[in-house]
Structure formats: structure tokens, C-alpha cells
Design a protein around this ligand. Structure first.
Ligand SMILES: Nc1ncnc2c1ncn2[C@@H]1O[C@H](COP(=O)(O)OP(=O)(O)OP(=O)(O)O)[C@@H](O)[C@H]1O
Ligand SMILES: [Mg+2]
Length: 223
């Protein structure tokens, strides 16, 4: 589904990530961990073509990302839902419209029931008419997840989806991601939260990737 072949990335100040080889198989569940600044967000951006590898090759849905046209990149992105680390919203639009935005932007018809069902699923139905600045941190994170999956993506990349929320809320978010995985979605979660990883591993066959010394390692059972 997403395949890295000897990939490196460099923002210009020396190689940040080197020699990464990895396959994210359809339906798999991965965590990505590593210290702040190690390159987790950068890695996710390589997965959805926001950044292009400075060496090696990234294949997404069987195609080399570097060879895709703009239209092909747009099509590829529709199949990948991203929960961004900073979860930005348009503050003047109500939550329901923010969540529906990827559909609106791509010119697809938006049915109120689709949006309502999704908000219900993430437990935000009663807040559909509220504006983003009125939401709590955990509500924003769940709204960001809803927005990431409204296009029905095959892959979900979540960048610290449980940052700034308490343990109960992080468990609720984790349950939503596990449920998506059980529906067949491929999941990759970047997180610092080792407790979250431990908890998930008790419930799904998750693999843990760790960035250390610029390289990607598969973590063992030492978590
Ligand atoms: N656009 C950019 N230009 C130059 N350097 C960048 C850019 N974006 C990130 N970096 C640098 O690359 C390194 C990795 O950043 P990245 O955001 O991928 O780390 P991270 O592992 O996600 O960190 P965190 O856990 O704090 O989110 C950092 O040193 C960062 O300063
Ligand atoms: Mg990051």
C-alpha cells in the first residue's frame, strides 16, 4: 500500500532520515515513535506525497510518488486521510461544515446524514453547529479524525492524535482508530505516548516503528 525503498530525506541541513525501507501492508496497524524532532511528521509527509524523498523511492498504491501528475497526486491524497499534528480548522465555519470540507472542496455532494453519522460516531453530534474555537482539545482531535475519514480513505495517517488530551480521551480516540482498522483501513499513528502503544498492542496486532539515529527500526517487545 505504502512502500519505502531505501528512502532518505534532507531539508537542506544534512540528512534527517536515511536508508528507510518498509512496507505498510493493506489493513496493517503501525505506530511510529521517536524523540521530538526525530522526523515523525516528516515521515508521514513522505507517505502522502507532501514531501518527496531526496533519495530512494516511495510507492503509494503501487505508483512511484515522484512520477505522479498533479491530478494523480490529488487522487492519491483522497485515499489517504491525514490527522495533522496541529489540527487546524476554519474558525468561522461550524464544526459540521469543517468536517465536510474535504468533500465540498473535491466537488462531491455532501449529504447531511453522512456528516451527521460521522459526527455521531466520534461523539460530537450535539456540537455540529458549534465553531471550532468553542471545542475542547479532545473534541478538536475527534473532529480532526472525522474530517480525515469523511472521504472514505483506505489509509489513515494520524500525527499525535492524542496530544493534549487526557487518558480517557486518548483511549476513546484509540478505540475509534482500532475500529477503523477492523473495518479494513490501514493505520499509522505517530505518537510519543508509549502507554497508548502498550494499550493498543493488547487489542490489535500493531507493529511499532521507531526513528533512532536517522534510521527507522522495528521495535521489539521492549515496549
Ligand atoms: N520545513 C522544514 N524545513 C527545515 N527543517 C524542518 C522543516 N520541517 C521540519 N524540520 C526539521 O526536521 C526535524 C524533524 O521534524 P519533524 O517535525 O519531522 O519531527 P517530529 O519527530 O515530528 O517531532 P515532534 O515529535 O516534535 O512532532 C526537526 O529538526 C525540524 O526542525
Ligand atoms: Mg511531529
Amino acid at each position: 500500500m505504502i512502500e519505502f525503498q531505501n528512502v532518505a530525506y534532507n531539508y537542506g541541513g544534512g540528512e534527517l532520515l536515511s536508508e528507510m525501507t518498509l512496507t505498510l501492508a493493506p489493513g496493517s496497524f503501525h505506530f511510529l515513535t521517536g524523540p521530538s524532532g526525530a522526523g515523525k511528521t516528516t515521515f508521514l509527509k513522505l507517505c502522502y506525497g507532501e514531501l518527496l524523498a531526496t533519495a530512494g523511492r516511495v510507492n503509494v498504491f503501487e505508483a512511484d510518488v515522484k512520477t505522479l501528475s498533479r491530478d494523480e497526486v490529488a487522487r492519491m491524497r483522497r485515499r489517504i486521510g491525514v490527522v495533522h499534528q496541529d489540527c487546524q480548522f476554519l474558525d468561522h465555519l461550524p464544526l459540521a461544515e469543517n468536517v465536510a470540507l474535504p468533500l465540498t472542496v473535491s466537488g462531491r455532494a455532501v449529504t447531511d446524514t453522512d456528516v451527521e453519522d460521522l459526527l455521531n460516531w466520534v461523539g460530537l453530534k450535539s456540537l455540529a453547529g458549534h465553531r471550532p474555537p468553542e471545542l475542547s482539545g479532545g473534541e478538536r482531535q475527534r473532529a480532526a479524525l472525522a474530517r480525515a475519514i469523511i472521504m472514505g480513505p483506505d489509509v489513515i495517517l494520524a500525527d499525535e492524535p492524542t496530544g493534549n488530551v487526557d487518558w480517557d480521551m486518548s483511549q476513546r480516540l484509540l478505540q475509534l482508530l482500532i475500529e477503523l482498522n477492523r473495518m479494513g483501513k490501514t493505520i499509522l499513528i505517530a505518537t510519543h505516548d508509549l502507554n497508548l502503544i502498550r494499550n493498543a498492542k493488547a487489542q490489535v496486532a500493531a507493529r511499532v516503528l521507531r526513528i533512532r539515529n536517522r534510521r527507522l527500526h522495528l521495535a521489539g517487545s521492549d515496549l
